[in-house]
Design a protein around this ligand. Sequence first.
Ligand code: TYD
Ligand code: MG
Length: 496
Amino acid sequence: MAKDKIAYVCSNCGQESAKWIGKCPSCGQWNTFKEIRIANDSGTMAAKSAAQHVRTARNDANKPMRLRDISSKDDPRIDVHDGELNRVLGGGLVPGSIVLLGGEPGIGKSTLTLQTILNMPEKRILYVSGEESAHQLKMRAERIKPTSSQNDIPTERHPDIPTSRQNDNPTQQPNDNPTQQPNDNLLILTETSLEAIFTHIKEIQPEIVVIDSIQTIATEDVDSSPGSISQVRECAAALLRFAKSSGVPVILIGHINKEGTLAGPKILEHIVDTVIQFEGDQHYMYRILRAMKNRFGSTSELGIYEMRQNGLRQVSNPSELLLTQDHEGLSGIAISSAIEGVRPFLVETQALVSSAAYGTPQRSATGFDQRRLNMLLAVLEKRVGFKLMQKDVFLNIAGGLRVTDLAMDLSVIAAVLSSNVDTPIENGWCMAGEVGLSGEVRPVSRIEQRIAEAEKLGFQHIIIPKYNLQGLNTKKFQIELHPVRKVEEALRALFG
Ligand code: TYD
Ligand code: MG
């Protein structure tokens, strides 16, 4: 047998090198190179045989073809019965694709996945958990659907997380009876050995496989601990080969950690087809699902959920939740018509300006880029003539949302000023506009969508950049438009 190869891989970005180096040439991080052993025969035997067993199709797809001979028909998508997730995936799950769902621990990755597959009784799904016991999963499933007795998850075996290498059958065999209960098709397996997982896959022949999480499973081919770079890479590669050769979609769950000591999903990003990230503050109830990479759809899509007692709820109209219902007469609040992904929504910007108690004033922003806030404050100071040098400025985007849309600038400036002069902005006003360094209001993208959303939510006035008027059919809007060219004009419209 040929000897195994040794290579070095950056644990931050996945860059490979033949020898150890201190600083990664690709991402610039220090001391991230870790030794990995590459098994000579790439791919575990179990993966190959499982894939062959499930289907031997697609062999003829490997011949070179003329581009014009390839049918342009879209791959059929698997509907996951979740509007937000479907959209982020680009219209559903693609057969044979491998999706990585990443996020910090405790954000709700397992909840989202379990909830989704509970809603897909028509598919035979194998949910492999290396983190929780079947009993814990059952409790979670009951919490998600507290009243339904149909979402039973079998719990007879695996009372605890097995250490590894359990060659038992999964807790229940599939039932081919057409009158079966909705979730008879959902099989739970608590297993951490990749080889054992493939044995079960071979037996069950699932239509979808979920691995929760990739950091907990390990293959015998690599002799390092689960979660190390070489394990994560080898396991993901084996699962990728399985997905591609069998046409079964695989969903991988992966933890992100800040230190990068554990092999983060960064390394996996090159391997998988789609990377979706679940983000949000643990202390807020909103969760945002973002596509970071998608071979089958756009990466500008966004899904919004709310974490409830009984699972995640889709938020199909974010604006209504992101606005404080009653802020009449409060200063320091401005509403912006923002776009994240492809959806417009109205976001509340809150600011508090107070005299600095110490020499250096504090500037703090939550949900907004701090440097951008500093720049906007400098514009206010220099171009509009407001003295904020000796003031503390706190900025907050309501709802725990993180907004990167540049059209928020105008509302940030308006909120800061409103708090500074302690004058509330009248109800029914909102705005959208990017602010340049000389205090000019720059045009923003998709102005029509922004105006329409504001109008839909009952706003009567919207401040927009004057440049956006070009080619805009102003007749079709009921809402009053206030086109402005400079920040001063916007502030005059708001505060008189
Ligand atoms: P979980 O899905 O376990 O996170 P992850 O798999 O990303 O580590 O989510 C855990 C958090 O979600 C936990 O702090 C409790 C909360 N939660 C709810 O608020 N409501 C629910 O119905 C469930 C199942 C969890
Ligand atoms: Mg989990």
